[in-house]
Design a protein around this ligand. Structure first.
Ligand code: COI
Length: 359
């Protein structure tokens, strides 16, 4: 691997004083990691540079045809140092997205070395308060100056960092979800399993209408063909506890393979709870609600962690789940997952990677 060059910023920014007001995704650290791709050199020139605007041609292909992929992960400050949660899974998934978007695969080890170096440089930006973390956003864009539709020949791989608090204003309090029946996010064979901007662009109108018309936080997506089977919720995967069983939609190509989803399944099974990954229709959820067996529902994601669902609106019917309160299982999962991430509970699955040890 070529050595990572480091060019430090000569005007460091002031760090946020009040960590209770971090919110999500508005503040960025002093540096970023970059690497370029061209057909002659492959991925090359890994470097850390001051965070700031990048220069792109107005004809850059990513701006016109959306050839871009991204990831979301977090670094946590613990009493012993700074650690990451399953970073290998993120870089693996980045390559799955790359493959779907016809972007040259990255060397996952080089990307990880770059990330570790970047966090080392900007380590003072990892927030200290409970419930906060350093959100990590790796992304790749096609930079060719070209207006024909084809795979790019030139790319940037960039990692930026942002100290964050809770993704939803509600924090761990239940969110209200609108079951979307007019718009679809993706279909099987589309890009749903890839983490790419187009999937999120497709979701904005539905999310905006749900917020403006009904004051609902997010939408629940149904499959794009039969409009019956549950796929995911806004920026999260989704789980329903029906009776004693926890059900989550199977990964059939249109659902993002969430790392928090996968971790929750492992934790639940380790507690002896039955988890089914299968097709789950909205009618089945409605029936369970009517019969009183819909115990809890929650979303999972890196940004949102665990987000209980308080109300689910499907057509004219509003289903209040668990009295609109945080469910017992959602709370237990949140405590276990964040306990592992913040180094307060035993890492019994070997998921965390301490990258900086406190002196
Ligand atoms: C994440 O959970 O990290 C995501 O990527 C969701 C994001 C769109 C906020």
């Amino acid at each position: 691997m070529s050595e990572i060059k480091i060019c430090l910023s000569d005007s460091l920014k002031e760090k946020p004083k009040d960590e209770t007001k971090l919110g999500f995704g508005d503040i960025f650290t002093d540096h970023m990691f970059m690497m370029d791709y061209d057909p002659q050199n492959g991925w090359h020139d890994p470097r850390i540079v001051p965070y700031g605007p990048i220069s792109l041609s107005p004809a850059a292909m990513c701006l016109h045809y959306g050839q871009e992929v991204f990831e979301g992960m977090k670094a946590y400050r613990t009493k012993d140092g700074i650690q990451l949660f399953r970073p290998d899974e993120n870089f693996k998934r980045l390559n799955v997205s790359n493959d779907r978007l016809c972007i040259p695969l990255i060397d996952e080890k080089v990307a990880y070395e770059g990330l570790k170096k970047l966090i080392e440089v900007d380590q003072d930006w990892v927030p200290h308060s409970e419930g906060t973390s350093l959100y990590i956003r790796p992304f790749i864009i096609a930079t060719d100056e070209h207006l024909g539709v084809r795979p790019g020949h030139h790319y940037y791989f960039i990692i930026i960092l942002s100290p964050v608090g809770a993704y939803y204003e509600e924090g761990l309090n239940p969110v209200n979800i609108y079951v979307e029946t007019k718009y679809v996010r993706t279909v099987r064979g589309g890009m749903g399993m890839a983490k790419t901007g187009g999937n999120y662009a497709a979701s904005i109108k539905a999310q905006d209408e749900a917020a403006v018309k009904y004051n609902y936080t997010q939408v629940l997506w149904l499959d794009g063909v039969e409009r019956r089977y549950i796929e995911e919720v806004g920026t999260m995967n989704v789980f329903f506890k029906i009776g004693d069983t926890v059900v989550t939609p199977a990964l059939e190509g249109s659902v993002l393979s969430g790392i928090t989803r996968k971790s929750c399944i492992d934790i639940l099974r380790s507690w002896g709870i039955k988890v089914e990954e299968r097709r789950l229709s909205i009618d089945e959820v409605e029936r369970a609600f009517e019969e009183g067996t819909l115990v809890e529902a929650f979303g999972t994601g890196t940004a949102a962690v665990i987000s209980p669902i308080g109300h689910l609106k499907y057509h004219d019917k509003v289903m209040e789940i668990n009295g609109g309160k945080i469910g017992e299982l959602s709370q237990k999962l949140y405590d276990e997952l964040t306990g592992i991430q913040w180094g307060k509970r035993e890492d019994r699955f070997g998921w965390v990677d301490r990258i900086i040890t406190k002196a």
